[in-house]
Write a protein that binds this ligand. Structure first.
Ligand code: PMP
Length: 437
């Protein structure tokens, strides 16, 4: 058979037939519980009838209007809704078709802003190691994940990185504000080492996604990061491609802290698997300066198309109607407690972490030292395959910059119920028992 999956590794997957709510069925009729919402994207569940109806209605009217020729009702409506969820002042919404495009756009508007405000020397964007910001070359330069970046060097210019705050590996207490300061101050050190006049921005996943396995910042970290960016004139970019839209129990993860960013990137939370869609949300003075200088010199053909935007509007309405952000907090608390209880049964679970329904556990050889499992064991692939065979989909990566460590994201759609959490736990225990044999 001719395959379009030439980039895939790992086991062959079955062919998808249909999906509804938190379940998916293959063409042979086998059912899977979508315990990772795809790649933490199908937040409102599959085949939501209200979203499908809204898209059908829009399809009958128009599916495309080029952004330089027309405003459209869905794009205007969606921009207003997105801005209403963002922190005060972040009111300018620029649509794109996915997460990497949102990150590219954020880097470019930051750079153009620097250019038009007499700060031409600022071009470096500091990010973290590990991190994931997308697979296009600009976003890849910010991504701290060697297996994804190294094959393409030197096609892109690698940007400066600081370590992500892995308190759980370093024997530090994440609730102690000294821990937050310890890691945040690494940003200041990096800025000083690079030369503050050359640094444009700092980009961070507020709660880590796939690359770190739901790493939550230690106490005081985000506030100190904000202060450092302000002090040295850096723009602070929150990459909320995965966290935005309620996943962490707040609409945007930024709402967890008193540390407002200058730019937010957003995608999975309102695309939700219904249509390619993304956005950056930008502080007004930045946009004003760029517009005054002649406009933002950037844009993608499909950006803001009415069909994608009609899906986005309907997704946001469903999140509100079903109070999914509150459910992410309630069910996230329950699921995290259930995952944590697995540590009594399986000594090889080294850590359980996350916020809301962005949750992960990490497997180790030794919980005392947090020594990873042997690399050639490929635990991150093996456990996923076992779970898959048991009808549970989870998402895994190697942590620690892709060199060692195996973590597993358990991030079901935000509509999950208690009974469905029981189902996840049953299949997970079965899978971990089989893995342990
Ligand atoms: N940033 C973050 C934080 C992400 O999690 C992702 C996707 N996993 C991206 C950017 C890239 O998004 P996309 O795959 O839609 O380009």
């Amino acid at each position: 058979m001719v395959s379009h999956l030439f980039y895939q590794t790992g086991s062959k997957r079955p062919v998808l037939a249909e999906a509804r709510g938190i379940y998916m069925w293959d063409v042979e009729g086998r059912r899977y519980l979508d315990g990772s919402s795809g790649a933490m994207v199908c937040n409102i569940g599959h085949s939501n009838p209200n979203v499908l109806a809204a898209m059908r209605r829009q399809m009958e009217k128009s599916t495309f209007g080029y952004r330089l020729h027309f405003e459209t009702e869905p794009s205007e409506h969606l921009a207003a809704k997105v801005a209403a969820h963002a922190p005060a002042g972040l009111e300018k919404v620029f649509f794109v078709s996915g997460g990497s495009e949102a990150v590219e756009s954020a880097i470019k508007i930051a750079r153009q802003y620097a250019t038009v405000t007499g700060q031409e020397k600022r071009w470096k964007v500091i990010s973290r190691l590990p991190s994931y910001h997308g697979c296009t070359l600009g976003a890849l330069a910010l991504t701290g994940y060697a297996p994804l970046t190294e094959p393409f060097a030197p096609m892109y210019r690698d940007m400066p990185k600081i370590p992500a705050p892995t308190a759980y590996l370093d024997g530090m207490d994440p609730a102690d504000p000294a821990t937050g300061l310890h890691y945040a101050n690494m940003l200041e050190e990096k800025i000083l080492a690079e030369g503050p006049e050359s640094v444009l921005a700092f980009i961070v996943e507020p709660v880590g996604g796939a690359s770190t396995g739901a790493l939550v910042p230690p106490s005081g970290y985000m506030e100190r990061i904000r202060d450092i960016c302000t002090q040295y004139g850096l723009l602070l970019i929150y990459d909320e491609v995965m966290t935005g839209g309620g996943r962490t129990g707040r609409f945007f993860a930024t709402d967890h802290w008193n540390a407002r960013p200058d730019i937010i990137t957003f995608s999975k939370g309102f695309a939700a698997g219904y249509s390619p869609l993304g956005a950056m949300i930008v502080d007004e003075p930045i946009v004003d300066a760029v517009i005054k200088s002649g406009g933002f010199l950037h844009g993608f053909t499909y950006a803001g198309n009415p069909l994608a935007c009609s899906a986005g509007v309907a997704v946001l309405e469903e999140i509100q109607r079903q109070d999914m952000v509150a459910n992410a907090t309630a069910m996230g608390t329950l699921l995290k407690a259930r995952l944590t209880s697995l540590m009594d049964r399986y000594p090889f679970i080294g850590d359980v972490r996350g916020e809301g329904l962005l949750l992960a556990f990490e497997l180790v050889a030794d919980r005392g030292t947090m020594e990873p499992l042997p690399r050639d064991m490929n635990a991150y692939l093996r456990l996923v395959d076992i779970a898959y065979a048991n009808g549970l989909i989870i998402y895994s990566r190697r942590t620690r910059n892709g060199l060692a460590g195996d973590h597993f994201l358990v991030c079901p759609p935000l509509i999950i119920t208690k009974e469905q959490i029981d189902q996840i736990m049953e299949m997970l225990v079965l899978s971990l028992d089989q893995f342990a044999k």
